[in-house]
Design a protein around this ligand. Structure first.
Ligand SMILES: [Zn+2]
Length: 406
């Protein structure tokens, strides 16, 4: 191990509560230039201690990328939040089961983030087989923004989203290969990502802390009855409701504008998260010319500074009616009928190694309605190109025991 990469800060920010009941895992600083989440979690644990708040489950708070946090860099060699691909997580899990640590899954000359990943996974792995696990991943952004939540599109994640009085993005993680949230979501656990505001803005710490208190109440860690919850929960809800006033509540991600370094993509100035744009509006440009909006939409995560391969995303507001329809369609298993539609083929389970309990449907590239409207509404969001076809993956709605049995 290289001495200058030896971290100076502990992995565990705090542990509270007992070992029975629901589990909430909070992770801060998976990007090392985002210390606001760490600060917020320190405050949460401090309050639990000083106010003797009783938890009906366990709260574990972890630093994500310790080595990068020390150096205040987003990452040192690789983005730790893009390294949780199916194969890698499956290798980590196998190694952890066999040796009690996932270190064996490492290459001989690991880079700093591979070490971080192993250490972080070893903290999370003991909880993966538990029934009720919520994983909350805390971030900030380079640009000023209203704070917002991110959830993968499973029914399990919806209660967290609907109780959070902030805008919530649905299905962003399905567009990002290898995020930690996606990996944990693949185990059937509830996940919530949080973008708390701008990196060095003190209010980002306040917002993240408030989100954590709301999430602790929703996940059942503060007891079943709201009358028993500490006053900070209600204060946090009111604070966030004020911050998020005027923004759409639930926005589904419909389009990602991915970029390569030699695209020379430049975002046009003036866009913020959730800015409304119309079809054809110029959003930026690259060496081939103007880049325009493909539909009436909300702009999400416009790239103005820093490294990244996402130019921007476009999202569409999900109305209350549409949300209910999607929910009922899934509860009634309308998707069983979808498989009978000509052009939809069910891909045998196990076709994507490492993905347990997920369902995969295949549609032709040209079938836009099925691919971009109907199947995503039923939760089939994770798209992978297979020649002329797309595989659309729906993650398990509930934790599967397959990991245990495998
Ligand atoms: Zn981040």
């Amino acid at each position: 191990m290289v001495s200058e990469s030896t971290p100076q800060v502990p992995r565990v920010i705090g542990r509270a509560g007992g070992t029975a009941g629901p589990v909430v895992i909070t992770i801060a600083g998976i990007h090392g230039n985002e210390p606001a989440g760490v600060e917020a979690l320190i405050r949460v644990h401090e309050r639990i201690r000083t106010e003797s708040i009783a938890l009906t489950g366990e709260l574990i708070s972890l630093r994500g990328n310790r080595r990068a946090l020390v150096q205040e860099e987003r990452y040192l060699a690789h983005d730790l939040n893009r390294m949780w691909r199916l194969k890698r997580v499956s290798d980590l899990l196998d190694a952890w089961r066999e040796f009690g640590t996932s270190a064996r899954a490492n290459s001989i000359a690991p880079n700093p983030e591979e070490l971080e990943q192993v250490e972080l996974f070893d903290e999370i792995a003991p909880y993966l087989s538990r029934r009720s696990v919520h994983l909350i991943d805390l971030h900030t952004a380079s640009a000023a923004s209203v704070p917002f939540g991110l959830i993968g599109d499973t029914l399990r994640n919806r209660p967290l989203a609907s109780e959070l009085p902030l805008p919530v993005l649905l299905g962003l993680e399905e567009h990002l290969e290898g995020s930690l949230l996606e990996a944990i979501g693949n185990f059937g656990h509830a996940t919530l990502g949080v973008e708390g505001g701008q990196h060095r803005d003190p209010s980002a710490v306040d917002c993240i802390e408030a989100v954590v208190w709301v999430a602790l109440s929703v996940s059942g860690l503060l007891g079943p009855r709201s009358s028993e919850w500490p006053a900070v929960v209600e204060q946090s809800r009111n604070f966030l409701a004020e911050v998020g006033r005027g923004y759409p509540r639930l926005v589904e991600v419909k389009h990602r504008h991915g970029i390569e370094p030699d695209d020379e993509f430049v975002m046009r100035p003036g866009f913020e998260n959730f800015t409304r744009v119309v079809r054809g509006e110029r959003l930026g440009g690259d060496r081939t010319g103007p880049v325009r909006s493909i539909s009436d939409a909300h702009v999400l995560l416009p790239l103005y500074q820093g490294r990244g391969d996402d130019g921007f995303f476009l999202g569409r507001r999900v109305s209350g009616v549409r949300e209910k329809l999607q929910r009922w369609a899934r509860l009634l298993r309308i998707d069983r009928l979808v498989r009978l539609i000509p052009g939809v083929r069910r891909v045998p389970e196990g076709s994507l190694p490492g993905l347990v309990g997920a369902e995969i449907l295949e549609v032709h590239h040209s079938d836009y309605f099925l691919r971009c409207e109907l199947l995503p509404a039923l939760g089939y969001r994770r798209a992978r190109r297979r020649g002329e076809h797309w595989w659309l993956v729906r993650r398990p709605e509930w934790p599967t025991d397959a990991h245990e049995a495998r």
